[in-house]
Design a binder for this molecule. Structure first.
Ligand SMILES: [Zn+2]
Length: 200
């Protein structure tokens, strides 16, 4: 019999940890052990922090980046940022990578993924409609979707949706390695890709 089968409480815990993406099965046991060794009070703080963030953070209705409930979006409501230049990213992690590069002072649009028919993700599952809606107030849209077949197909689909809108469309310069996600690139590569962006 499997060792874990004799420990039903652990089984329940592992069942929930299995649902956490990006956690390999090897690391799952490490994380489970870490939780078991934690003080009860520490563990309570940890759970409360997760619930608090879950309750308090909502996507901005304009750009879909996380914002604190009842607080202004740090991008869309900022007078210091160029509200007419919008960088389109797949995820909030990609937004962070661009912010870290220091190369961009415009605002963002977080798609929430890419079109991927194999995974059942169509344009209606992403925030493309919101982007088209705000496009009439924008001068330039910069595609910073990742250079994967899905990322490029998503950019092409959005460009098609924006055909009737008089907006300049650009994309990141070559230099971003094909197939890699922005969030894993170094600051300088992201900086150069943005600074040397080209017409889409
Ligand atoms: Zn916003």
């Amino acid at each position: 019999m499997n060792v874990v089968d004799k420990l039903p409480s652990l089984q329940v815990m592992l069942k929930h940890l299995q649902k956490v993406p990006y956690l390999s099965s090897k690391n799952m046991y490490r994380v489970a052990t870490h939780f078991l060794h934690m003080d009860r009070s520490q563990l309570e703080y940890f759970c409360q922090a997760l619930l608090h963030a879950h309750d308090r953070l909502v996507p901005c209705p304009t750009c879909c980046a996380w914002q604190e409930k009842d607080a202004p979006c740090q991008f869309c409501q900022s007078a210091k940022r160029d509200q007419k230049t919008v960088c389109v990213v797949e995820s909030w992690q990609d937004l962070l990578a661009i912010e870290k590069s220091g190369a961009f002072s415009g605002v963002y649009h977080v798609l929430g993924g890419v079109i991927c028919p194999l995974d059942g993700i169509g344009p209606e599952h992403l925030s493309i409609e919101q982007l088209v809606k705000r496009a009439s107030t924008i001068d330039e849209v910069i595609f910073a979707t990742n250079q994967t077949p899905e990322g490029e197909a998503t950019a092409a689909y959005i460009a098609h949706c924006l055909q009737q809108v008089p907006v300049r469309i650009t994309c990141l310069a070559c230099g971003v390695p094909v197939g890699s996600a922005l969030e894993f690139l170094d600051r300088i590569t992201v900086y150069k890709a943005l600074a040397q962006r080209k017409e889409f």
